[in-house]
Every structure is written in C-alpha cells, then in structure tokens.
Design a protein around this ligand. Structure first.
Ligand code: DHB
Length: 310
C-alpha cells in the first residue's frame, strides 16, 4: 500500500513525472495519466503566455550513464492551456499544476489566476528554472524568495508546494528552511536540475546544446547524491507538516528507496522518464516492492526519513 496524502490530495502510488518531462501537451499528460503506478500528473511549468523556448539543440541524453543536460528555456503552451487540462473532469489521477514566471509580477499574476479559477488541486511554484538566458534561479536569492512567498500567501489559499534548486552549503539549507517554515507550504520539491553544467562532445570538441553556449541543467544518475543531500537536509529542517517530494537521479528501485530514507513522501522522475518512457513507473514500483519484501518492510512509515547514521 503506497497511499500518501499531501494537503487535500490522496495518492495511490509514489511516482510523478518531474516537471518539464512528458508534460507539455495534453497528449503527453494523458500518457502519464494512463501509465501504471503513477501517483499524479505534473504539468509543464506554465508562464502566462505560450513560449517556444530556446533554440535547438536544447537537450542531450547519455542513456548509458542515465545522464542528461537540458536548456529548454520554458517552452510551454501557456497557463490557460494547462488550466483547461487540469479542469477536465475525466482525469483518473490527481494533478499538480506547475507555475513559473519570468518576473515576480508574472508569478503573482499567474497564481492569482489559479486562485480565481475552479482548480482546487495542488500547485507547485517553480523558483528554480536555470535556463532562461539572463534570468537567475530565483531560489538562490533568499530575500526575493521570501518576498515572493509573502506576496503569494497574502492571497493564495489553495494547496501550494515549491520547487527548489539544489543547494550545496549547509548554511544555505539553514537559511532557506528558515524562510520556508514561515509559510503554509503543502510541500517542498527538491531538487530541480543542477544548473549550468557543461557537456563537451569529444568527437567534435563542441558543446552539445546551442542555448547559453552549451550551459544547461544536469539530470540523471549524476545528480542523485546531490538530490539525496537536499531531501535529507531539508527534511531535517522543515516543519513536519511540510511534506517532501524527492526528485533527482532516480533510475532504479534502490534510488527510490534512498529518496524515501531521506524523507521523501513522493518521488518524481525526470531524465529516466525521458529516456525510458512512461513504463518507467511500473518498473520502479516493482523494483521497490522487491526491496521491501527482502527487508520485510510492510509500510512506508518504516522507511520514510529513517536513514541511519553512525
Ligand atoms: C526549464 C528547466 C527547468 O529546470 C525548470 O525548472 C523550468 C524550465 C526549461 O528549460 O524549460
């Protein structure tokens, strides 16, 4: 039994598509919904208006290493498109509506629209897109993050989570957690891609993507240790009422188990979903099941946050 609850939403499984992957069009969102072992469908981070995103090539995968780099630049069909999708009545899974903005004003306007809509499900505020040229990852600026949350929670009263970039310093975990603990967040999703990595093609001595001269967000197995550290560090610092979604480096059941040990309530899958397709969730669930059986684990409580230390 993998039942988990976040705010007003009950999930029957553990897995979500990471925002950005397999979720740009209604067809893709339907495919995630129809997949086995899916907890919820996450929509592509929406801006107020449709965006084409950065020039191609803007994504490269190295399937042998389960690694990816991307510089998509927020291609999306616009807030109304995704709002229309999540308001459809025949959805068989819960949805999480990912919202982004290129300015504080746009973020607030987008969430005002969501607040005014009939949508009552979970939303996720993405404060961590690394790929829009000239735009910093907001959640690396603690003061701006605090200001945005203050402005948002002055009017937004539906369940809201936040998507964070990875942090690499314990002082930063202390600082961000102190801010987040002041707001009625439903959950924290950690981590977004590891921003501004660089991959070089040895055959051509050239970068692998056009935007930002090849700099882009890293994903896949290479980011697992960073993801686990972030989930763990935040779980230890956030109020227990704030749930956690673990994202980063999940390619097999053991990776899921590790995210759970660090404190994740749900786990999302990005690169491996892009590489393998929506059947990835059923495979991960089966592999996790085998680990539970071997360790005689019968409930998620026995695992979630139960990482052992010396
Ligand atoms: C994009 C990448 C991200 O990591 C993100 O959080 C939002 C958008 C992108 O490039 O489209």
């Amino acid at each position: 039994d993998y039942t988990t609850k976040i705010a007003n939403t009950t999930f029957d499984h553990l897995f979500i598509n990471a925002a950005g992957v397999y979720c740009q069009t209604a067809e893709q969102l339907d495919q995630i919904q129809e997949a086995e072992a899916v907890a919820a469908v996450m929509t592509k981070s929406a801006t107020a208006e449709l965006r084409l995103g950065n020039q191609e090539p803007r994504y490269a995968a190295f399937p042998d290493q389960h690694n990816t780099i991307n510089s998509m630049g927020l291609p999306n069909l616009g807030l109304d498109y995704y709002l229309n999708y999540v308001l459809k009545s025949h959805l068989k899974r819960p949805t999480i509506f990912s919202v982004v903005g290129l300015s504080q004003t746009e973020i607030v306007a987008n969430l005002k629209k969501l607040q005014a809509s009939n949508y009552t499900g979970l939303a996720e505020l993405n404060l961590s897109c690394p790929n829009v040229p000239g735009e910093p990852q907001i959640a690396y600026d603690f003061q701006t993050t605090d200001e945005i949350l203050k402005q948002v929670f002055a009017f937004y009263d539906k369940p809201l989570g936040i998507k964070l970039p990875p942090y690499f310093d314990l002082a930063h975990f202390d600082q961000i957690a102190k801010i987040l603990n002041r707001y009625p967040l439903a959950y924290v999703n950690s981590i977004n891609s590891v921003g501004n990595g660089l991959v070089i093609d040895p055959k051509t001595d050239k970068v692998v993507m056009r935007p930002k001269d090849g700099f882009g967000g890293l994903g896949g197995a290479q980011i697992k240790a960073t993801a686990l550290a972030n989930v763990r560090a935040l779980r230890l610092r956030l109020r227990p009422e704030i749930k956690m979604i673990g994202t980063g480096g999940v390619t097999c059941g053991r990776d899921v188990f590790d995210h759970l040990l660090c404190g994740a309530d749900l786990v999302s899958v990005g690169s491996q979903l892009a590489i393998e397709g929506p059947t990835v969730f059923a495979r991960l669930e089966k592999e996790l099941e085998a680990i539970f059986t071997e360790k005689q684990i019968t409930s998620l409580d026995q695992v979630c946050g139960k990482l052992k230390i010396f």
